[in-house]
Design a protein around this ligand. Structure first.
Ligand code: NAD
Length: 504
């Protein structure tokens, strides 16, 4: 049973659906850092509150980690990596499959916890946990099938062998939008490649990562996976500078990526960065406009648009702009906003925090002040909770700030173009380079345009479809390094050339 808060007068008919009663989530993880296979208290008494963004209630408090906490975790990770790095791919594969089995057996609890901590709809939480499990299973198989240059005599009388080795201890820093899934995208290939991990979850969403630690404790070797909770500027900073960490991997904002890379440079640490995005959706006049509008409904508003690959910036040919916008507005007007426990048909949850909610509201206010047209939505919804109406903004001119900078909310902008050349040029006019989509039924355009687009993933007649077999990662301001696929295993290992002189 649900109740509904009425939307503010003058806005579209969006309202926040809420459950009749909201209990505390079951199965909260232990509070503490997870170091060497056990939960331990932080070295500082300071705690950070973890908030449910759909209700604004405090769910739990976790330790504000310190550099000393990171150092203890790294010490455990260094010790554990020695024997873990010496295991065979088959042994590592068995451990990763075990993690996947444990996740599978506890999926309902994980989904519930993830939804409570992020406010995301149950359908999104279910998808996150399914994808998390598949990430561990894929990496369990992939690490057994690595290929490389054939061993052989490339210099006369000398046989060359290429070894693929772990890098050692990897520091991982994750964001709040897909807390468990982003952790899995790092942990699975890092462990598969024979490394150990010290992971800092987002201070806003540490619960599912701590739950993962609780569930796998005692089922995987102690010390190969460690979690230190806390702030980026303390825990993240120490991970970036620690001399015994060989590589630091961050999924997060461009500013955090720059800070991590600058710090890591001092110890010449390898860096793996998955940063922001502002994905253009290029709709050509021959496209199936209904399919494109439905595609944006799904990929622009999935996880309330808090997705680095969100289909948030439409570039549509001027000859079909009116019809496409009509279809898109119709699609978006039917989205259901609500708290995770308010029903399986809820599609849009809250913004993750009050601070982020205020940022999205400011972007909407700036667009209105600039004279842009709000075709649907455009306002915040009544609290409690940080809900924003699903929004479409049209008449957006080239170079408008709302179409250039990440908003990370349920907001899609629509611009028009007159020629293919203009579409490509405008799509590439963004500091980001993570993902884009092209909508056309013309087979020549479906290859020629993606080849000209400066993005790490380009979909044709689709958007936001991912698979573990294929890489994910950006160009330009979206960072470098690849998640998922065999390319991630490459990123988390190093090659060594051994050359044997057999001519003596
Ligand atoms: P954020 O950068 O604020 O935080 C990400 C993580 O970095 C957090 O754990 C945070 O504590 C840490 N951090 C912050 N400052 C740091 C510092 N100076 N040193 C070390 N660590 C620091 O990002 P967010 O708001 O949690 O997540 C949203 C951002 O993440 C968006 O920009 C989004 O596009 C990006 N993102 C990218 C991908 C991808 O695959 N490319 C996926 C998800 C999210």
């Amino acid at each position: 049973m649900t109740t509904t808060d009425t939307a503010r007068p003058g806005t579209a008919s969006f309202a926040v659906r809420r459950p009749a009663s909201q209990g505390a989530p079951a199965g909260l993880p232990p509070v503490g850092h997870f170091i060497n296979g056990a939960f331990v208290p932080g070295s500082s008494p300071e705690l950070l509150d973890v908030v449910n963004p759909a209700t604004e209630a405090v769910l739990a408090s976790v330790p504000a980690g310190t550099a000393a906490d990171v150092d203890a975790a790294v010490e455990a990770a260094v010790a554990a990596q020695v024997s873990w790095g010496a295991t065979t791919p088959r042994e590592r594969s068995e451990v990763l499959h075990r993690i996947a089995d444990i996740l599978e057996a506890n999926r309902a609890e994980l989904e519930h916890l993830e939804a409570a901590n992020t406010g995301k709809p149950r359908s999104v939480a279910e998808d996150d946990v399914s994808s998390t499990i598949d990430t561990f299973r894929f990496m369990a198989g992939a690490c057994r099938t690595l290929t490389s240059l054939a061993g052989g005599d490339y210099a006369g009388g000398h046989t060359s062998v290429i070894l693929r080795e772990p890098v050692g201890v990897v520091g991982v820093i994750t964001p709040w939008n897909y807390p468990l899934l982003m952790a899995a995208w790092k942990i699975a290939p890092i462990l598969a490649a024979g490394n150990s991990v010290v992971l800092k979850p987002s201070e806003q969403t540490p619960l599912s990562t701590l739950k993962l630690a609780e569930l796998v404790a005692g089922h995987i070797p102690d010390g190969i996976f460690n979690v230190v909770t806390g702030q980026g500027r303390t825990v993240g900073q120490r991970l970036s500078e620690h001399p015994d960490i060989a590589l630091v991997a961050l999924t997060g904002s461009v500013a955090s990526g720059q800070a991590v890379a600058a710090t890591a440079a001092r110890s010449v640490k390898r860096v793996h960065l998955e940063l922001g995005g502002k994905a253009p959706v290029v709709v050509f006049p021959d496209a199936d406009l209904a399919a494109a509008a439905a595609g944006v409904r799904n990929a622009g508003y999935w996880n309330a648009g808090q997705d680095c690959g969100a289909a948030c910036r439409v570039l549509v040919h001027e000859s079909v702009a009116e019809e496409f916008t009509r279809l898109l507005v119709q699609e978006v007007a039917s989205l259901v906003v609500g708290a995770p426990d308010a029903g399986d048909d809820v599609e849009i949850g809250p913004m993750i925090s009050r601070q982020h909610f205020e940022r999205v509201k400011e972007a909407l206010a700036a667009a209105k002040a600039a004279g842009l047209r709000t075709a649907v939505g455009g306002s915040a919804l009544e609290g409690p909770g940080y809900f924003i109406e699903p929004t479409v903004i049209t008449d957006v001119p080239a170079g408008a700030p709302i179409a250039s900078h990440e908003i990370f909310g349920p907001v899609v902008t629509v611009e028009t173009f007159a020629s293919t050349e203009e579409a490509v040029k405008r799509a590439n006019e963004t500091p980001y380079g993570l993902s884009a989509s092209v909508w056309t039924r013309d087979s020549a355009l479906s290859l020629s345009v993606p080849k000209q687009l400066d993005f790490g993933t380009v979909w044709v007649n689709a958007h936001l479809v991912l698979a573990n077999e294929v890489p994910w990662g950006g160009f330009k301001g979206s960072g470098y390094g690849r998640d998922l696929s065999l390319y991630a295993l490459d990123d988390y290992s190093r090659t060594k050339h051994v050359m044997i002189n057999h001519g003596v």
